[in-house]
Design a protein around this ligand. Structure first.
Ligand SMILES: Nc1ncnc2c1ncn2[C@@H]1O[C@H](COP(=O)(O)OP(=O)(O)OP(=O)(O)O)[C@@H](O)[C@H]1O
Ligand SMILES: [Mg+2]
Length: 223
């Protein structure tokens, strides 16, 4: 069976102050369904750039990115804008360092919104189930600013999973939480993903989290 994700010879550079900076150079790796790939590297090594490429928010200068989802192959770079948005919305879940919840929506509405965008029935009920699973029974109707960081990240995880994507892309998901809270939230994320057989691409600075994956990609190790 084909891998969930196949990255082959991907390069990306940026123009900065008239100079071309090579950020990713001839990068190749693959990810199987339900597995966890951790991505590490110093600041500026291209971790977020890589996630943007995987999500089709940016295009590689060279190489290919091939997802195998719902029985077909997807290369975000070959899709038009509308198809790329639909691909992202349907197949990927995102968790960010700074939670990125909509401040004017309650926890439950934040989660339901993603289900609604995917045209799913019972968005509010799906959101409730997701939040219950993450222990937020009492905080469903709270607005983000009244939630702790750990609670906000649990809501963000519920939102990333409510439309049942095959893979979650997480950029420093515990980077803004204290050690204890970060560990607890991360353990819950891993537990839900394992239960549901969803894959994870995890960008992290945390050496402990980096060791736990099925595969590990260290960016920017060249001189
Ligand atoms: N759109 C862009 N235009 C110009 N330069 C960019 C662009 N996007 C990223 N870069 C540069 O590419 C390099 C890698 O950036 P990236 O955000 O991927 O790093 P990172 O590994 O995620 O770092 P951090 O750990 O600080 O989040 C940086 O030097 C950044 O300035
Ligand atoms: Mg980054």
């Amino acid at each position: 069976m084909a891998a969930l994700l196949e990255v082959t010879g991907v390069s990306r550079s940026f123009l900065q102050g008239g100079r071309r900076i090579s950020v990713l150079s001839d990068l190749s790796f693959s990810l199987e369904a339900g597995r966890r790939l951790t991505v590490t590297g110093r600041s500026g090594s291209g971790k977020s750039t890589l996630l943007n490429l995987l999500a089709g928010l940016d295009r590689p200068d060279a190489g290919s990115i091939r997802w195998q989802l719902s029985g077909r192959a997807w290369d975000p770079a070959t899709l038009d804008e509308r198809e790329r948005t639909a691909f992202r919305r349907r197949h990927l879940g995102f968790v960010f360092q700074f939670f990125n919840l909509v401040p004017t929506l309650t926890a439950r509405e934040n989660v339901a919104l993603m289900a609604e965008l995917n045209g799913l029935d019972d968005a509010m009920e799906r959101a409730r189930q997701r939040l219950l699973r993450l222990g937020l029974d009492d905080r469903m109707d709270a607005f983000p600013e009244t939630l702790s960081g750990g609670e906000q990240q649990r809501v963000a995880i519920a939102r990333a999973l409510v439309h049942e994507p095959a893979v979650v892309l997480a950029d420093e998901p515990t980077g803004n939480l204290d050690r204890e809270t970060g560990d607890a939230v991360f353990a819950e994320l891993i537990s839900v993903l394992a239960e549901e057989q969803r894959a994870l691409v995890l960008v992290t600075h945390d050496p402990e989290l980096a060791l736990g994956g099925d595969g590990h990609l260290a960016l920017g190790t060249r001189a």
